[in-house]
Design a protein. Structure first.
Length: 435
């Protein structure tokens, strides 16, 4: 990269590279002082090109078409003539811009977050203090490197001298854990649920030292099953802006009767505002959002980042997240927090995932509509509604139930509520009886 005239601070986009090549490129960027941007190649091609046109990167390492931007394939960069390369400083500056990562965009438009190495390092140190790693540890790279949960695995492992295991493309999660003698794994809800459905999964997962769960709310039924089966789960709350985990449960201290996201990790600070919003800061907090070539600071006057999440901290210092401020809507004068309804839906056997969005209504302003992912059990809208009425007031009962569209389930680690709301008008998705 240096031989191509790149200088410290330049932006390097990492496109559709295999995981091993992407890891090598990431560390190469670290040594050269470049700002690495692992691209979420699940996004539509047109959206990616538009994004890069605004970003104007100095180099793209990719085999896919990324528009009129300087592009190289990985093999050219590792086999080219390097005699003309400028000398690379051996000094590692941990405070310069290191990575760019896109937020999930689950609440709307995704943002590009800029971190320093120091942000990632403090995130890793806090995690390793709670979930110890050593030279015998083997963390499976089950999350993509364009996701903060995947990138964080690299920093945790390198600081502890642990191994990072890259799974084979044709192997299931459980097969990879077994064949590579994995000790640690990070998963989102969908991955964990699918893993538990695999033959002999419980026996294999029980041998792990840690299963770190996060990325979205985890249904109580899934947590209850994990506790019953004595799986070594750690529940966490985090964000891209805070370089992964903010709070995490401690080993063997998950109470099935009062599930929460654990207590604050080292190098992080957290308070709850008067409005109930979770505010955070600390050494892991990113430098800001990238807008063009400049970084936009997202801190308030006292240095706090406003997460947009709502929650509370109990007397033991454990955080419970109850929803997002921007998800709340008003129906007939009543405030509705969709996550409250979703939690109730996931308590019904047969529903593995639920998301609630508002549907415009002339009389009430908005009414709740539920999108659900069903397991093998047959359920009718009448059965679901009757179950919800046992725990929710009438105004919180969804007026319609839809299946979560398959294309959104396959798109990424999180489902965008913004995209989901667009499916409301598709009457062919309406659920009466579903296999």
């Amino acid at each position: 990269m240096a031989a191509r005239g790149l200088t410290p601070g330049d932006i390097i986009v990492l496109g559709n590279l295999p995981s091993l090549e992407k890891i090598i490129a990431l560390w190469g960027c670290s040594l050269g002082g470049y700002n690495a941007f692992p691209l979420n190649t699940r996004y539509p091609q047109s959206k990616l090109i538009h994004l890069l046109d605004e970003l104007n990167p100095n180099l793209c390492i990719s085999t896919q078409d990324l528009g009129d931007h300087p592009t190289a394939i990985f093999s050219d960069l590792v086999s080219g003539e390097m005699s003309s390369a400028a000398p690379i400083s051996s000094k590692f500056d941990s405070e310069i811009a290191a990575t760019l990562l896109m937020t999930s965009g689950s609440a709307g438009t995704a943002k590009i977050v800029q971190h320093s190495h120091l942000n990632h390092i403090h995130s890793a140190l806090g995690s390793n203090h709670n979930i110890p790693l050593n030279s015998s540890s083997r963390w499976l790279l089950a999350l993509p490197l364009y996701h903060i949960g995947g990138l964080a695995i690299l920093y945790r492992s390198v600081l502890a001298g642990a191994a990072v295991i890259i799974p084979n493309d044709d192997a299931t999660l459980v097969e990879s854990i077994q064949s590579h003698q994995v000790t640690h794994v990070s998963l989102v809800t969908t991955q964990f649920k699918r893993a538990l459905e695999t033959s002999n999964a419980v026996n294999i997962l029980r041998r792990l030292e840690a299963i770190l769960l996060g990325g979205s709310e985890i249904p109580n039924s899934l947590i209850g099953k994990a506790i019953t089966e004595k799986l070594p789960i750690f529940l966490s709350y985090g964000s891209t802006e805070m370089a992964s985990q903010i709070t995490t449960t401690r080993a063997t201290k998950i109470n099935p009767a009062s599930v929460n996201s654990g207590s604050l990790l080292n190098d992080r600070d957290l308070i709850i505002s008067h409005e109930g919003e979770i505010l955070v800061k600390g050494s892991t907090l990113a430098q800001g959002y990238l807008g063009g070539k400049s970084v936009i600071d997202f801190r308030d006057s006292e240095g706090w980042f406003h997460t947009g999440d709502v929650g509370y901290v109990d007397v033991q210092g454990s955080l419970t997240v109850t929803g997002r401020m921007d998800n709340q809507f008003v129906s007939g004068g009543e405030n509705i927090q969709p996550e409250h309804i979703e939690s109730s839906l996931c308590k019904l056997a047969g529903i593995s995932q639920a998301l609630v969005v508002p549907k415009p209504d002339l009389e009430f302003g908005a009414r709740p509509v539920a999108y659900i992912q069903l397991e093998k059990r047959r359920l009718t809208a009448l059965e679901i509604g009757s179950f919800l009425r046992k725990s929710l007031p009438g105004y919180m009962i969804p007026v319609a139930f839809f299946q979560i569209p398959g294309e959104l389930l396959d798109k990424g680690l999180k489902i965008s509520r913004h995209e989901l709301a667009e499916y409301i008008s598709h009457e062919n998705n309406h659920l009466q009886t579903v296999e």
